[in-house]
Design a protein around this ligand. Structure first.
Ligand code: SF4
Length: 712
């Protein structure tokens, strides 16, 4: 076993980070005789106190009740996806993967290997691994998450979406476009939001569906699906027309005001009403109200906005509204995220900095063929056409780390066809994800309670370091990610870049020259570099990284690449009698597909009934709780109807992550409907300006179920 638990026969507290979703909240774990008996929020982190969400609490269920996960390395023996496996030792599985990777690299070069993960603060390890192989092809899941918002933020402020903070605790008014803070949980943010409301902050919530967040809002606009961009255009016009904007701030820091004014000239409140269902009078009233609350206001630009063809422009105009109201770098608005250097420290050392940059360009074209897309983690949906065509070069191997593209991206059948063209498919995961089940080798990682990770560098108003420490020994023959990548690198002749024997060696390297001791971090789980929030001087030192050094209402980079900065609004499609836009989202109980088979969470939310408006349901002969069929483009899923007025008549809604097809996950298998399976043809449908997948552009047809149970 490569890591050591601090053993004692008494109960001890291990500070760590939750792994039940990608937020990774600081936690503390009580351990007695090497068994975790209690998990709660880390009390050393004031934002957490002792809180955990239902998923966080169910970490113990994952640990001790979920045996339906890979328990040792597995090598495929039958066709891909057949579920025919043989158990393998770590030695054999790692040798096998390394040999196959060598063959791919001999055939196609290092760039023929690609890797994707779910991003996050530990990904230096995976990025370093793929870089060491000579491949620029690191991807994450962001094309179905925050890429539109990321590129929109870059086009205005010159920094990515994580370069700004939403200072919720100090705000007077928060505007949310489907950002369902009370169910799509980011625990500290959720708590901040509730506290802010208690303290008198207002919330305006915009969504075709009423969520728990909507129930707490002062104003809820139940808009037509995919129409919120029209609201933003008309708000900009109204604020400019009525002179409600912060003229000094805009004059000092922004460019393109007059061009923007012309672009929105026709977007009156009456104009938007025909597309959104929001009364013109309410737009006017809201514009005045939020201008009075400025600058302690925020239009939350995402990250999930709505993921349709104009999500990029929705996020862009949300930030334009922030800038017009002078909310940039003020408490209660959107300050810049501060980095370690702002706190007087160097960043943690990275494993990747020792490795030469690969010569090849990214296979997805990000950063060169598409210069307006950030090269960083690229756009994963563009990988699959590249695999299919071999253009700009062939790809032979795909490794995923804790990532399930067949759940996260649209149209898994299309992904399958691309994967079938590859020589090697490997999943490193703790679950039988849909992708893992169709891979050639599963290298099972131990759970987050059983492993330590790299130190996490957290930027923000108060930059800090957080630690995931190992709390208990693994129950099965599984290994931590850092050990798996090190062993693979060694077998591939790249061991010089991964010359550590323990996680402590990696931590020591990360902290080199910082003057911070590992004990100082380990003893509390969090280490704050400063006591007070860091703010820049708003008069003189706002670090906009745009070409002009200012806020660009009209982006020079977008113009250079042939895109408009304020595109005309595209009205939503006309829908047939039985046709709906397919919306999806989360509850507070599940983390996408990864928790659906968790014994406790499955008990709480075992499937995903389809929300449908009573008027539409009646017209189609659908009763509450009755069996229905939802179809698109040759695929039909069967589920139950939830008839409710809290969904716009033009849309149906379902929770994401259901409809699992892996028989080894017996609790989740075949329960509910998988929205991504209905999104047939949407893998390569994306917004060319923002890059994000057009997920909610998908229309489905709904009817009462007639055929025998089972998908056609
Ligand atoms: S939001 Fe919940 S599941 Fe996610 S990291 Fe925090 S406690 Fe864990």
């Amino acid at each position: 076993m490569p890591e050591t638990v601090r053993k004692t026969s008494d109960t001890q507290v291990v500070y760590s980070m939750c792994g039940m979703c990608s937020v990774r909240c600081p936690i503390q774990v009580e351990v007695t005789n090497n068994r975790a008996t209690w998990v709660q929020g880390n009390v050393n982190d004031k934002g957490m106190a002792s809180s955990l969400c239902p998923k966080g609490v169910s970490g113990l269920s994952l640990e001790y009740e979920d045996n339906e996960r890979p328990q040792q390395p597995m090598i495929r023996t039958g066709p891909r996806g057949s579920g025919q496996w043989r158990k393998a030792s770590w030695e054999e599985a790692l040798d096998y993967v390394a040999e196959e990777l060598k063959k791919v690299m001999d055939k196609y070069g290092g760039q023929g290997v690609v890797l994707s993960d779910r991003g996050g603060p530990f990904n230096d390890l995976h990025k370093a691994f793929i870089k060491a192989l000579g491949s620029p092809n690191y991807f994450n899941h962001d094309c179905t998450c925050g890429r539109n918002t990321h590129h929109a933020t870059q086009s205005i402020f010159g920094v990515g979406r994580k370069g700004i903070i939403y200072d919720i605790p100090n705000t007077k008014h928060i505007v949310l476009y489907g950002r369902n803070l009370l169910e799509s949980l980011h625990l500290k943010t959720t708590k901040q939001f509730m506290k802010a409301l208690d303290n008198g902050a207002k919330c305006t919530y915009i969504d075709p569906r009423s969520t728990f967040t909507a129930s707490k809002a002062n104003r809820f606009w139940q808009i037509r699906p995919n129409s919120e961009y029209a609201i933003n255009l008309s708000l900009i016009r109204e604020i400019l027309e009525e002179g409600l904007y912060d003229k000094d701030f805009v004059a000092r820091w922004a460019t393109g005001l007059e061009e923007m004014r012309s672009a929105v000239a026709e977007c009156t409140p009456e104009w938007q009403e025909q597309y959104t269902d929001v009364p013109a009078s309410e737009i006017r009233e809201f514009a005045r109200e939020i201008a009075e609350d400025a600058p302690q206001v925020m239009f939350h630009a995402g990250w999930m906005t709505a993921r349709h063809g104009q999500s990029f422009y929705t996020a862009r105009t949300a930030h334009i509204l922030n800038a017009l109201l002078g909310a940039v770098e003020v408490p209660g608005g959107i300050p810049f995220s501060k980095k370690f250097k702002d706190a007087g420290y160097d960043s943690l050392k990275t494993l990747g900095e020792k490795i030469p940059k690969p010569e090849a360009k990214r296979v997805d074209g990000c950063g060169w063929k598409y210069p307006h897309f950030d090269a960083g983690p690229g756009l994963l949906h563009l990988l699959f056409p590249a695999i299919d065509s071999g253009d700009p070069y062939p790809v032979g191997a795909y490794i995923t780390y804790r990532h399930d593209p067949m759940t996260g991206l649209p149209d898994p059948e299309a992904i399958k066809k691309s994967l079938d063209k590859l020589d090697l498919v490997v999943a490193i995961d703790i679950h039988y994800s849909e992708f893992a089940w169709r891979s050639d080798v599963i290298l099972p990682e131990c759970t987050y309670l059983e492993r330590a990770n790299l130190l996490a560098e957290r930027n923000g108003l108060k930059p800090n370091i957080q630690m995931r420490d190992q709390a208990v020994p693994p129950r099965f023959d599984t290994r931590p990610g850092w050990w798996i990548f090190k062993e693979l690198a060694k077998r591939l002749g790249k061991g010089e870049y991964f010359d550590f024997e323990s996680i402590e060696d990696i931590w020591a390297y990360q902290l080199e020259g910082s003057g911070i001791s590992i004990d100082a971090i380990r003893n509390k789980g969090v280490y704050s570099l400063v006591d007070k929030p860091i703010m820049y001087d708003r008069e003189t030192s706002l670090p906009f990284k745009t070409p002009s050094g200012k806020i660009e209402f009209i982006s020079s980079k977008l113009s250079e690449n042939g895109f408009e900065s304020i595109a005309p609004f595209t009205p939503p499609d006309e829908l047939a009698e039985d046709e709906f836009k397919l919306l999806f989202g989360r509850s507070a109980i599940h983390t996408h597909g990864q928790s659906i088979n968790n014994p406790r969470l499955h008990e709480l939310v075992p499937d995903n009934p389809v929300w449908i408006h009573p008027d539409r349901a009646k017209a189609l002969g659908i009763d509450d709780g009755s069996e229905i069929e939802v179809s698109n483009n040759g695929y039909t899923g069967r589920g139950r109807a939830k008839v409710t007025p809290w969904i716009h008549p033009n849309a149906v809604f379902m929770l994401h992550g259901f409809g699992r097809t892996v028989p080894a996950q017996t609790r989740a298998y075949n329960k509910g409907i998988a929205d991504q399976r209905l999104q047939v043809g949407y893998l390569t449908s994306y917004d060319p300006a923002g890059g994000g997948n057009n997920l909610t552009e998908c229309s489905v047809r709904v009817r009462p179920a007639k055929a025998p149970k089972g998908d056609s």
